[in-house]
Ligand binder design. Structure first.
Ligand code: GLC
Length: 561
């Protein structure tokens, strides 16, 4: 443990067991974070070298979640795993992983892995054995089915109408076995048969291996797709839609009741040692579905907030929907960006104009860090990083390469560009002469960690201040949440309450000055601004509960009582 970590932040063992309820998680896309070898791909040693940016000396996040780092042919950039128990040489070795965990823990940062358990790579030994030996021990580990007869040309017909989210039928014919296998994603990502007890047993044993290495939690990729209906009936039709996926109701290929039992045994395994978090990535469905899978010990992402334009009406409705769905007894997550969606700095700036990008990024940071729930930050958002443009011909994201009118797909390369650390060559992401696997954002010379660290008004400086404020105000971490009226169409306000402590948050969504009038405020001698998007010059909250806000200003106030 370094001296700095002992002085400024307690180490992992000393903290509260349920850190994941009050803490903040930072998602790293390992290919894009920092390259220590000069091959143009980020790696584990690169992450280790930048932990001070994340630890108490920098942002002060509680955990990092690493998108998959296991050996993989890379068809879906690591979400096609060929060995769940090892590290892809692209990212380093198991020794590099152990060193990263140790260095993170020394700074009080937990390490959360991404578990891809719905499917494997078609190069996983389980699938290769399943494919070649139908009667062997792995024969029934995947979803193999006989064809539903032959078409007019004599070709085998898929067993039912189930689709791949990445386009086309979800069934691929395997001439060797003379059967189809099902895949929710690419044909190179066959889905496992979770109804075969050997499958969950193998997953739990793999999980125990990672826990023994000191891992603090897991994000479960598409967890609500693990179980499919046993008889595999066709999905019923839904309304008209350009994209085939949305022309059916996904009644039988996801959200099956058996999932709850697995989650319970999975959580029991984790709870053998206190302090381990789990979060499920919801595949399809809204806040209500997310809430239905949330338990006392298991978080679930919902992406309602992430789908909103930047307007008080849209955010207000989304916040209310999540609060209603989760109720006071379930703990939500708060997410504005991830590796599958456009970055919110770019996305939200579209609502108010690109010149307001930094201002929107700061106001959105106040929203992210003050709503009820565990916030998840996506690497780069703390500097206001935007999406990159990648020409269709250069797309790496596999579904983007097959996009068409009837299969619209946003190229996920856009939000996966290398992290700019310095204004120097390649933004300090990789060696000066190297070629990064994706281009850096065009503004990297001004939008990078080094430059923003020197500017007290940068997006980065604002994130650091807001994260500190969140650590100082327990009501922002664990408090209950209540929206209050602001009597202005561009303003939202809410309270976070924890015992006697009350925190008031007011956000101006408009790039204009506004005057709001807050209602239902709890009694107070007065309110003091504790932080927000701007460092100084905040207006006072009037005795009549009126407040003036500058364009895209958001403030956090505490009660003087
Ligand atoms: C999840 C991941 C996504 C991946 C897919 C298939 O949605 O977030 O990146 O492509 O699962 O594993």
């Amino acid at each position: 443990m370094t001296d700095e970590a002992t002085e400024t932040g307690p180490a992992v063992a000393a903290r509260d067991d349920d850190w994941w309820r009050t803490g903040v998680v930072y998602q790293i896309y390992p290919r894009s974070f920092a390259d220590s070898t000069g091959d143009g791909y980020g790696d584990l040693a690169g992450i280790r070298a930048h932990l001070d940016h994340l630890g108490p000396a920098g942002l002060g996040v509680d955990a990092i979640w690493l998108s998959p780092i296991y050996p993989s042919p890379g068809r879906d950039l690591g979400y096609d795993v060929s060995d769940h128990g090892d590290i892809d040489p692209l990212f380093g070795s198991i020794a590099d992983f152990d060193a990263l965990v140790e260095a993170a823990h020394a700074r009080g940062i937990r390490v959360v892995l991404d578990l891809v358990m719905n499917h494997t790579s078609d190069e996983h030994p389980w699938f290769m054995a399943s494919r070649s030996e139908p009667d062997g021990p792995y024969g029934d580990w995947y979803l193999w089915r006989d064809p539903a007869g032959r078409d007019r040309r004599g070709r085998p017909r898929p067993p039912n109408n189930w689709l791949s989210w990445f386009g086309g039928s979800g069934w691929t014919w395997d001439p060797g076995r003379g059967q189809f296998y099902f895949h929710t994603f690419l044909a190179e990502q066959p889905d496992l048969n979770w109804r075969n007890p050997a499958v969950p047993a193998a997953q739990l044993s793999m999980i125990r291996g990672w826990l023994a290495r000191g891992v603090d939690g897991f994000r479960l990729d598409v967890f609500n797709a693990f179980f499919k209906a046993a008889e595999m009936p066709p999905n019923p039709r839904a309304g008209l839609h350009r994209q085939a996926w949305f022309r059916q109701r996904h009644l039988h290929d996801q959200n099956q009741p058996e999932l709850a039992d697995f989650l319970a045994s999975f959580r029991a395994e984790l709870d053998a040692v206190p302090g381990r978090m789990t979060v499920g990535e919801l595949f399809g469905g809204g806040a209500e579905t997310a809430a239905s899978f949330t338990t006392d010990r298991h978080l679930v992402f919902d992406f309602v907030l992430l789908e909103q334009p930047w307007s008080a009406a849209a955010f207000g409705a989304a916040i209310d929907r999540v609060e209603l769905a989760f109720g006071p007894e379930r703990w939500p997550t708060v997410v504005l960006s991830n590796h599958d969606r456009p970055r919110h700095a770019s996305r939200l700036a579209r609502s108010v104009g690109e010149r307001h990008r930094d201002a929107v990024a700061k106001a959105a940071a106040v929203v992210l860090l003050t709503l009820r729930g565990t916030p998840f930050l996506y690497y780069g958002e703390e500097i206001g990083l935007g999406d990159i443009e990648v020409a269709r011909a250069d797309a790496i994201d596999p579904p983007a390469r097959r996009a068409s009118w009837s299969f619209p797909w946003w190229n996920r390369d856009g939000s996966r560009s290398p992290m700019p650390w310095t204004p120097g060559a390649n933004g300090g992401f990789t060696a000066p002469g190297a070629t990064p696997w994706l281009p850096l954002a065009p503004d990297f010379a001004t939008r990078n960690v080094e430059v923003e660290s020197k500017d007290p008004d940068s997006v980065l400086a604002t994130y650091r201040r807001l994260l500190r404020l969140r650590r100082e105000l327990p009501a922002l971490q664990a408090g209950s949440m209540r929206r209050i009226p602001a009597r202005h169409r561009d303003v939202l306000a809410w309270l976070r309450v924890e015992g006697e402590a009350v925190v008031l948050v007011v956000v101006n969504f408009a790039p204009l000055d506004v005057a709001a009038l807050l209602g239902n405020l709890p009694p107070a001698q007065g309110w003091t601004v504790a932080g927000g998007t701007h460092r100084e010059g905040h207006a006072e909250l009037g005795r009549d509960a009126s407040i003036r806000l500058r364009p895209l200003e958001a403030i956090v106030l505490v009660r003087r009582s």
